[in-house]
Design a protein around this ligand. Structure first.
Ligand SMILES: *[C@@H]1O[C@H](CO)[C@@H](O)[C@H](O)[C@H]1NC(C)=O
Ligand SMILES: *[C@@H]1O[C@H](CO)[C@@H](O)[C@H](O)[C@H]1NC(C)=O
Ligand SMILES: *[C@@H]1O[C@H](CO)[C@@H](O)[C@H](O)[C@H]1NC(C)=O
Ligand SMILES: *[C@@H]1O[C@H](CO)[C@@H](O)[C@H](O)[C@H]1NC(C)=O
Ligand SMILES: *[C@@H]1O[C@H](CO)[C@@H](O)[C@H](O)[C@H]1NC(C)=O
Length: 434
């Protein structure tokens, strides 16, 4: 009854109040005239049409305006481009319960004042240990002065092989992008990783590289492996629970993707700033779509960046198929790589890789690496930036010199040989293929 009354009064008012009729028709007439004029102008003037088309293209693909898509210059420039400034690296070092001292040790071995560092200790670690790590960073006089080491305040629950690992890596990259305008490559390490050469060696060799290169070991998923990896649907409980538990595998299976190809490889990556900006800022939808796809994919850290880079025309030529790590697997391979010991020392050095994993906490081989490869006698693996006196065991790095001067040693020679191999045409022709 009430409803009917309402309807009546509505229509009644519409018919009785005719003041709107004249302005309404006037405005309809004006808009028709305007849109006809616009259409006429667009189709009659080819300039207008070009302009419109150009705008649409540049909106969809901002390559020319921003220079993020660099593939076309890459081929010609990747051997020769030398930036004026020496490069800077941004490291993520992550760990879990019981890792705080190893994280500090790895941090000190890869420390250089030019670089940026972010430490993440996951939520499994007790608050006391996270506090200990933050305090150790805060107390260090060099870190305090240079302000390039930060501990992620927010601790995430991270599942090994789950999408929460990628979410955490992406968050760390986002923070590094926000906090520092000045870095060229992102490198992720864990507490059980250790360098095999000094930062001076690494920075010296990287000075000569195109800043667009990504070191990401990858192969296309095919055959039985594709079915085995891509069809199961997994759920990472760390996305919504506050206690750690294992990945859940559902009984449902899904079909293989047809709008992109799947790639897989090492979860250890060295990514260019332009590529991580592409992944984080998301002005192209592909990185986001693939991120959502990988939410239910087993071992997503071994596939996310690989699949994004190989399915993006502008970046696939920048993917160098090596993770710059020495990793030893059992034969046949088990789920985790073998722990490296003194026995592996020669092979590690011979690999020319800048990093190796994994090491047990305080394994004697780490002391050997410190002594023979890094020349570390004090807190840091020294470099040309350490200009203090080392008399009677003093720390030369307590006095900082010019951080864009490097003192490359034998490590740089090894890495240069590896780089020459990786950048050779023969190796690069295998990019993003099976
Ligand atoms: C962190 O813990 C270690 C060993 O438990 C201890 O030696 C060190 O002093 C602690 N650091 C801080 C800053 O509390
Ligand atoms: C980054 O490094 C960690 C080591 O803590 C590793 O487990 C992870 O899978 C890596 N990769 C990605 C893409 O997050
Ligand atoms: C870098 O390139 C220049 C010129 O191509 C070369 O002379 C120099 O030796 C290279 N440096 C390294 C570390 O490879
Ligand atoms: C080191 O590498 C060279 C060639 O790359 C090889 O001939 C040699 O046997 C290797 N040594 C060890 C200890 O692996
Ligand atoms: C540091 O060294 C670089 C390269 O040798 C040089 O260009 C720069 O001027 C130096 N900076 C300072 C403050 O001395």
């Amino acid at each position: 009854m009430g409803m009917k009354k309402n309807t009546n009064s509505y229509s009644g008012r519409g018919f009785s109040d005719r003041k709107w009729v004249l302005p309404f028709f006037a405005s309809v007439l004006i808009s028709i005239t305007l849109s006809m004029a616009a259409v006429f102008w667009l189709y009659s003037s080819s300039y207008g049409a070009d302009q419109l088309q150009f705008d649409i293209i540049s909106f969809a693909r901002p390559e020319d305006s921003t220079g993020y898509f660099v593939e076309s210059d890459l081929k010609s420039s990747f051997d020769t481009v030398r930036e004026k400034e020496a490069p800077r690296l941004a490291y993520l070092i992550s760990g879990t319960k019981g890792d705080s001292q190893r994280m500090m040790r790895t941090l000190q071995a890869v420390y250089h004042p030019r670089n940026q560092y972010i430490l993440h200790m996951d939520l499994e670690a007790p608050p006391r240990e996270r506090l200990n790590l933050s305090m150790s960073v805060k107390k260090d006089p060099t870190f305090r002065e240079v302000e390039n080491v930060r501990v992620m305040e927010q601790s995430n629950l991270v599942t090994y092989k789950g999408p929460t690992m990628i979410a955490c890596t992406l968050q760390a990259i986002a923070l590094l992008l926000k906090e520092s305008l000045n870095w060229d490559w992102f490198i992720n390490l864990s507490a059980s990783d250790y360098p095999l050469m000094t930062q001076d060696d690494l920075l010296h060799v990287f000075s000569n590289l195109s800043r667009n290169l990504n070191f990401i070991e990858h192969t296309q998923l095919r055959g039985w492996k594709l079915n085995q990896r891509a069809k199961p649907i997994v759920i990472d409980p760390a996305l919504y629970l506050s206690k750690k538990s294992d990945i859940a595998i559902t009984t449902q299976r899904r079909s293989l993707p047809t709008s992109f190809k799947l790639f897989t490889g090492s979860a250890w990556v060295v990514l260019s700033r332009s590529f991580v900006e592409y992944c984080i800022w998301g002005w192209d939808n592909l990185p986001r779509t693939i991120l959502m796809y990988y939410t239910n994919f087993i071992s997503s850290p071994e596939g996310y960046f690989h699949t994004v880079i190989c399915n993006t025309e502008e970046f696939r030529h920048t993917a160098i198929g090596h993770d710059l790590h020495y990793i030893a697997w059992d034969n046949p391979p088990k789920q985790h790589p073998r722990a490296l010991t003194i026995k592996d020392f020669d092979r590690m050095v011979n690999s020319s890789a800048p990093f190796a994993r994994k090491f047990a906490k305080d394994d004697p081989v780490l002391d050997k690496i410190d002594k023979e490869l890094l020349g570390q006698t004090n807190r840091f693996a020294p470099g040309a930036w350490c200009v203090g006196s080392s008399d009677s065991g003093a720390d030369p790095c307590s006095v900082r010199g010019n951080d864009s001067v490097f003192r490359p040693g034998p490590g740089a020679k090894r890495l240069q040989v590896l780089m020459d191999e990786l950048l050779a045409e023969e190796f690069r022709s295998k990019q993003c293929s099976a």
